[in-house]
Design a protein around this ligand. Structure first.
Ligand code: 5AD
Ligand code: SF4
Length: 459
């Protein structure tokens, strides 16, 4: 046997939290089957690029990265290069044609079979024949979507730290007309509440104090008789769990029951990420979001009535095909009306196979116009964010120390309201909660000082 009997695997993840969580799942599956997980592709026998397909830009970047990793593969005979995740599912075998050096293409429902797929590659048993003229080895594509696959019973490998992602749902039953997710991740599949709670308990016993429940429309979760609000309450009551977050909810499933649980359970953070996507009814309708601006505002009123101090964030897409300038202005009005603490803003990106791509050609917005709209939206949202954050300077907030700060001797943490704060402290204290006075803001993040540390200094 060689000096290293264990195969080494490296997983590089792009995209959303769900994908990060899937990356941890793949690592867990591989580790459970004898692989050693390493931190650099140079050290690995198996290199997996876990991809995102939500926007064209994300895909282009990843394709560039895969081509770059092929350089490594050429230097290291025997290295397996795999592409997993949403782009792998979307492009499928076309990816093997376009990037013939890729050995394995695997969609998000295939990870359970990852060790077998790798073994199959080792044994030279392809599913897809190499395109003509290819010199090296087999290629393999695992692209079956599986209505029953929710990865029940499998362990994730988590990076050390006080926070953890907990996927509770995969796939999506909506069909927002711009979105590729339902086509690459299939319909909604929920995990057993028993298993989720066991996992959260085990995480808490292992020192995790903050969990984020993940799902594409996380608040539509239901398992047997357990609804999302009920699950949220049970998770919030697990011993050792001090903070619970969830992302991303669909506005339609923000119910009075959910709001009550958020307000009543001290562990549920006072932060809600609520993707609005647009602030105009005609656009929302054509996006098939299934709510109106008015009903969205009513939801926000309901949330704020129960939790006046809650921080809100959102996702917005500008330049959806057919969006007029006036309709775009409605989105700006929504931003000014609601005053979100944070906004993730995107230009519409056509995704093959989604309904919006079939809108009349003349509807597609000129890229310069789209860029101008995006910049205007970013300016409005940043200005609001800066005003809100400036008004919060002077507050004392509980911060969970999550990591080292950029400067030596500093640490970085987050408040329950999801605001990032940097302050003096030692990285040994990662995982601790402490009271911090917010002293300054850059507009987006804060710097501050620990209340206890201040007392110590002034004594
Ligand atoms: N183009 C631009 N943005 C998109 N999103 C989803 N699909 C697209 C697309 N085709 C955005 C939505 C979603 C976020 C994760 O990505 O705002 O909430
Ligand atoms: Fe995409 Fe809409 Fe499902 Fe979100 S709810 S994943 S935007 S289809």
């Amino acid at each position: 046997m060689s000096s290293r009997s264990k195969k080494r695997a490296y997983v590089e993840t792009y995209g959303c939290q769900m994908n990060i969580s899937d990356g941890e799942l793949m690592e867990g599956i591989l580790e459970g089957r004898g692989y050693r997980i390493v931190d650099a592709p140079e050290d690995a026998d198996v290199v997996l690029v876990n991809t995102c397909a939500i926007r064209d830009h994300a895909e282009k970047r990843v394709l560039g990265r895969v081509a770059q990793l092929n350089g490594l593969r050429r230097e290291r005979p025997g290295m397996v290069l795999g592409v997993t995740g949403c782009m792998a599912q979307r492009m499928g075998e076309a990816l093997l044609e376009q990037a013939p050096y890729v050995d394995l293409v695997m969609g998000p429902d295939g990870y359970r079979g990852l060790p077998e797929a790798l073994a199959r590659l080792d044994a030279d048993v392809p599913i897809v024949e190499r395109p003509r003229g290819k010199k090296r080895g087999p290629q393999l594509a695992v692209l079956q979507l599986d209505m029953d696959e929710n990865y029940q019973g499998l362990e994730q490998r988590r990076t050390e730290g006080p926070t953890a992602w907990v996927p509770i749902q995969r796939g999506c039953d909506h069909r927002c007309t711009y979105c590729i997710v339902p086509y690459v991740r299939g319909g909604e599949k929920n995990r057993s509440a028993v298993e989720i709670l066991d996992e959260v308990r085990a995480l808490a016993e292992g020192g995790v104090s903050e969990v984020t429940l993940l799902g594409q429309t996380v608040n539509s979760y239901v398992w047997e008789a357990v609804s999302f609000p009920q699950l949220l309450r049970r998770v919030a009551q697990v011993d050792g769990i001090r903070r619970v977050r969830y992302t991303s909810p669909h506005p339609n499933d923000v119910t009075p029951e959910l709001v009550a649980v958020m307000a009543e359970e001290p562990a549920v953070c006072e932060h809600l990420h609520l993707p609005a996507q647009a602030g105009n009814d005609r656009t929302l309708k054509r996006m098939l979001r299934r709510y109106t601006v008015e009903s969205l505002l009513q939801k926000i009123d309901m949330v704020r009535a129960a939790m006046p101090d809650i921080a809100l964030s959102t996702d917005i897409i500008v330049a959806f095909p057919g969006e007029t300038d006036e309709e775009f202005r409605d989105t700006l009005d929504l931003m000014r009306g609601v005053r979100f603490d944070d906004a993730f803003t995107y230009k519409y990106s056509p995704r093959d196979g989604t309904p919006a791509t079939r809108l009349p050609e003349g509807d597609f917005i000129d890229p310069d116009v789209a860029q101008t709209r995006l910049e205007e939206l970013i300016n409005v949202s940043r200005a609001i964010q800066a005003e809100i954050n400036e008004s919060e300077v002077g507050r004392v907030e509980e911060v969970l120390i999550e990591g080292a700060g950029r400067d030596e001797g500093q640490v970085r943490g987050r408040t329950g309201r999801n605001k990032v704060v940097v302050f003096d402290g030692s990285a040994e204290r990662i995982g601790e909660y402490t009271e911090v006075v917010l002293e300054r803001t850059t507009g987006a993040t804060f710097s501050g000082a620990e209340v206890d540390a201040k007392v110590a200094v002034s004594m």
